[in-house]
Design a protein around this ligand. Structure first.
Ligand code: PEP
Ligand code: MN
Length: 342
């Protein structure tokens, strides 16, 4: 961290500042310029309160030279993290498609969808049991019954299950029953939830908040990693912009950017990004081309009657067709792109 002192700061005041930082545990390099003095702080400054330093009488400005995220930082962990869930893996060249309905609605619904997405090549089954809905009058999910039905679908297909957690109170139940714990966009900065999920052993799928920056997303992942849970998958699911034609705006730049910032795998959810089933395919293809480690796709056996997000859900047939195209796109991106670059 670099601390620029105000012009005219006396040698006595500079010494006082150096002592202040030494007492906080930092080594300080002093550079005396013509007009001002710069202090270079050496040590882990991630817990320092920049505002507090800026309020010191002689301080002009403070600049971080390193990112505030450490465990999630690609610089200190150049190898990509591979998150393993049963026989499936995400990251480090392992591409995984997570598919299923927005919400579990009934036994026949989840069984039918699970079998069909498994046949089409999905690596995991998604299904919401505790739903974060904008309106308190909308369907809130089947709650524990939904989790039990997901377990039945897992037993029938062998697919690991992914479901959203909304409350820290549910961590024990999710630890026992769910394979991947989803933290939804609305809860990305629910720090109490992040801390509790950090103590779990199950992998976490952390979705980007609709107005969160890349750094904010990675900092939320840092909470989970700091708690001891290193299996975090990040998910770009569209952000809120001035455009109203689509439900959200898929931020393709998030894929290469976040993968450069962090070693954690990045998957893309085109369904919530666009909010329209007809647009899921081109966005999914774009995500694959941009280097995503996987996709999260909503599939429903009767989208018109879905209790949640039917308008953006693919039918099992559409999903099967898309899986064929994703495979073609994957074969193009890895090997042939490498050849073209040679
Ligand atoms: C979901 O995956 O069904 C969901 C609610 O997504 P998000 O948190 O991205 O809105
Ligand atoms: Mn949904």
């Amino acid at each position: 961290m670099i601390v620029v002192l105000k012009p005219g700061t006396t040698q006595k005041e500079i010494k006082k500042m150096v002592k202040y930082f030494n007492d906080l545990g930092f080594n300080v390099g002093v550079t005396n310029g013509i007009n001002c003095t710069i202090l270079g702080l050496v040590g882990d400054t991630s817990s320092l309160d920049i505002g507090k330093i800026e309020r010191q009488e002689n301080v002009e400005k403070v600049m971080r030279v390193q990112e505030p995220y450490k465990k999630a930082n690609r610089k200190f962990h150049p190898e990509p993290t591979v998150v393993r869930v049963g026989k499936t893996a995400v990251g480090g060249g392992n591409f995984c498609v997570i598919a299923g309905p927005c919400s579990v609605e009934s036994k026949s619904q989840i069984m039918d969808i699970a079998k069909k997405v498994a046949e089409a090549g999905a690596g995991m089954l998604r299904g919401g049991a505790f739903k974060p809905r904008t309106s308190p009058y909308s369907f809130q999910g089947l709650e524990m019954e939904g989790i039990e039905l997901m377990l039945k679908a897992k037993a029938a297909t062998g697919l690991p299950i992914v479901s959203e957690i909304m409350s820290p109170k549910m961590c024990d139940v999710f630890e026992e029953k769910v394979d991947v714990v989803q933290i939804g966009a609305r809860n990305m900065q629910n720090f109490d939830l992040l801390k509790e999920v950090g103590k779990m052993t199950k992998p976490v799928l952390l979705k980007r908040g609709p107005s969160a920056s890349y750094e904010e997303l990675v900092m939320s992942a840092e909470y989970i990693l700091a708690g001891g849970n290193e299996n975090v998958i990040l998910c770009e699911r569209g952000i809120r912009t001035f455009e109203t034609y689509t439900r959200n705006t898929l931020d393709i730049s998030a894929i290469p950017s976040i993968k450069r910032m962090s070693h954690l795998p990045v998957v893309v959810d085109p369904s919530h990004a666009c909010g329209a089933s007809w647009m899921v395919e081109p966005l999914a293809m774009a995500a694959v081309a941009a280097g995503a480690d996987g996709l999260l796709i909503e599939v429903h056996n009767d989208p018109k009657k879905a209790l949640c997000d039917g308008q953006q859900s693919l039918t099992p047939e559409q999903f099967k067709d898309l899986m064929g195209k994703i495979n073609t796109m994957l074969s193009l991106t890895s090997e042939s792109m490498k050849k073209m670059c040679l």
